[in-house]
Design a protein around this ligand. Structure first.
Ligand code: WT7
Length: 631
């Protein structure tokens, strides 16, 4: 099933069709999948409640579309290539038939451990092929997977397990990441002291570490699959049955469980994968993300496998054993499409050009970026040194909530403009709104980025709290999905994403809510109160700057800082460490007690001369103290 658009003119034509007749457009695409029972209605929706359903009445299982249907023609084609952390170790290559058998075998193991349709299973694993197996095995039996990135702390796992009321955790003894190893099972054990819903833990033996195994609760992966059949009939799912929950941060304290479903997510991830990357049958495709994030779900696992592609999975990091690692892997496996994050590009750029210049990179046809706005300098470096000025760069804008890529170039078909995501994909109707919620229709403007018509992989709800979904995404601007981003539309109608306009900080392409970090900091007794803002960071895009109010400014600030950092690491994980911590005696607040973050942001950005109007402040003195103590 080739879903590819093959020219920019065809794109324009398809785009028009998709707006004039969305149902007809998506029906044409959805037909090419395997449905146990065809849907009777393409889409029903309102953005008020919100209530969005796609492919109503359809019955299917996404894994039949990822695996079973390829067996006849692509049974011996490589489904998955796994490149280990250590280049000296052996890599893994599995055909579609092999992947199918491993998924079935593990699906049977899950059933044998009592997992049933609808049960939630948390997956906390290294970037190993078994992670893909675990995810697909859940989907095969209709269990809902919730992957938690293996950099999150025990408390962060516990929050997610409890929110989802997960029955099982799938993990490993530990993981390799560059020169480091991380004891995953130990973190899970600690998390489980705060959870009561989990009664089984399956542990993959990755490092031969002999972790603690609680009798009756914990069992080894290899024991769980022992004797299991390599065939497992897929559970018949409704289009709108839950496929997975993925937790993501927002502007309020607690991460939300974004819910995606079988039918719509399947259609949209496959369609966008093939079009954005212009994947051709014998290509080898590599996305460097982690399956713990939406990028890994949609564009390492589901999109590529639904399309019968060969997807490469990498366990390691870009800079180990040296900053040429990505390029070495590209040459070693003859990678044709390479998809990474601006933060990785900037980090490698800072290591000098020699590391990239020693590889040919001849096989690459399309480059991609995702996660945050890419600055022009990094874009050019990527284009010149990695793409050899020959490869298009697709700058793909989307979100955990959108499930798939929304605004992006399509391989080499679309016009390119550095740092511009470009044009919306067919089926996507973005609009820019002003403060009052009026649509700005002309070009050459800037506004709040919203979407006015649903697409198949839009989030359906936030798990266990539909009202929160409504308030967060559908209440700001009536009748629109609000993205939380600001954007510009240039004279040619191309979109350039400016960044978040809410209290979300994007650190190395990962989202953190300021409130989430503040809650963590405030749990430390040093802190009376705190305020967290983002500031521009050369490599990470944004860094975390924390203002911590103390009764008495600590004498040894270094020790106090280390303590605050430790608390954040405990609550969220190392990835959320504040870069800068300034101890202050108070925060700038309005008379009604609202923190004036605008001022804190300007100070953190190093622009204390641009504070704007401070006349409404309760205590203007505090601003002077903050400015003079800025880091
Ligand atoms: C936020 C979503 C979806 C993949 C990874 C991040 C920012 C994402 C781009 C891009 C500018 C981008 C936005 C968005 N973002 N891609 N190409 N250009 N900004 O997923 O954690 O859900 O974060 O990432 O601000 O809202 P996420």
């Amino acid at each position: 099933m080739d879903l590819r658009i093959k020219s920019f003119d065809e794109y324009k034509e398809k785009y028009k069709q998709s707006v004039d007749n969305p149902d007809g457009f998506w029906d044409q695409i959805a037909r090419s999948f395997i449905w146990r029972m065809p849907y009777h209605t393409v889409c029903e929706w309102n953005f008020e409640q919100p209530d969005v359903k796609w492919f109503l009445g359809g019955k299917l299982n996404i894994t039949e579309n990822c695996l079973d249907r390829h067996l006849e023609q692509r049974g011996n084609k490589l489904a998955l290539i796994w490149e280990p952390n250590d280049p000296k170790e052996r890599f893994v290559r599995w055909t579609y038939r092999e992947l199918y058998e491993k998924v079935c075998e593990f699906a049977n193991a899950l059933k044998a451990q009592g997992i049933q349709k609808g049960d939630r299973v948390v997956v906390y694993m290294p970037m190993i092929p078994e992670l893909t197996v675990a995810v697909l095995a859940c989907a095969r039996i209709g269990a809902v997977h919730s992957v938690v990135f293996a950099g999150f702390s025990a408390m962060a796992i516990a929050d997610r397990v409890n929110d989802a009321q997960a029955k099982m955790i799938i993990t490993a003894d530990g993981l390799n990441r560059g020169a480091k190893q991380v004891p995953l099972k130990r973190v899970v054990d600690e998390a489980l002291t705060h959870c009561s819903s989990v009664n089984k833990v399956i542990v993959y033996n990755c490092l031969d570490w002999s972790p603690n195994m609680a009798p009756g609760r914990d069992l080894w992966w290899h024991d769980a699959v022992n004797g299991m059949a390599k065939e497992c009939p897929a559970e018949e799912m409704d289009s709108e049955d839950m496929l997975f929950i993925l937790y993501t941060s927002g502007s309020t304290g607690k991460p939300k469980g974004v819910v995606h479903t079988h039918g719509g997510y399947m259609v949209y991830t496959a369609y966008t994968f093939q079009n954005v990357f212009q994947y051709e049958e014998s290509d080898i495709y590599w996305c460097t993300a982690d399956v713990g994030w939406i990028t890994g779900h949609s564009y390492i696992v589901y999109g590529p496998l639904l399309s019968g592609a060969t997807t490469l999975m990498f366990e390691g990091v870009p800079t180990w054993p040296d900053p040429g690692r990505f390029w070495q892997v590209c040459d070693k496996h003859s990678v044709n499409q390479f998809y990474t994050a601006p933060t990785a590009i900037r980090a490698l750029m800072a290591c000098g050009d020699d590391h990239v210049l020693s590889y040919s990179l001849d096989s690459i046809k399309v480059l991609g970026t995702v996660g945050e706005p890419i600055n022009v300098e990094a874009w050019r470096w990527y284009h010149i040194h990695v793409g050899k000025e020959r490869c298009p760069i697709v700058d793909t804008w989307w979100q955990t909530e959108t499930g798939g890529i929304m605004i992006s170039g399509l391989g080499n078909l679309s016009p390119m403009n550095p740092a511009h995501a470009g044009y919306p994909l067919p089926g996507i109707q973005p609009v820019l709104l002003d403060q009052e919620g009026n649509e700005i229709v002309e070009n050459g403007v800037e506004g709040y980025l919203c979407i006015k018509h649903p697409w198949p992989s839009i989030l359906r709800t936030t798990y266990g709290d539909h009202e929160r979904c409504r308030v967060t995404y559908f209440s700001h601007y009536q009748g629109h999905y609000f993205t939380g981003d600001g954007a510009k539309r240039d004279e040619n109608g191309m979109y350039r994403i400016i960044g978040r306009v809410d209290d979300v900080i994007n650190v190395s392409g990962h989202r953190f809510g300021t409130a989430e970090i503040e809650n963590a900091i405030n749990s430390n007794k040093i802190a009376v109160e705190s305020a967290v803002v983002g500031y521009p960071h050369d490599i990470k895009g944004q860094g975390i700057y924390a203002y911590v109010v103390c009764e008495n400014i600590p004498e040894d600030q270094e020790v106090a800082r280390a303590e605050i950092i430790e608390t954040v690491v405990e609550h969220i994980g190392k990835i959320a460490k504040p870069e800068k911590i300034q101890f202050v005696s108070g925060l700038p607040k309005t008379r009604s007690g609202k923190i004036m973050r605008r001022i804190l942001r300007k100070v953190a950005e190093g622009e204390p001369d641009k504070l704007g109007d401070t006349s409404t402040l309760l205590d203007p003195q505090i601003v002077e103290e903050i400015v003079s103590g800025a880091l």
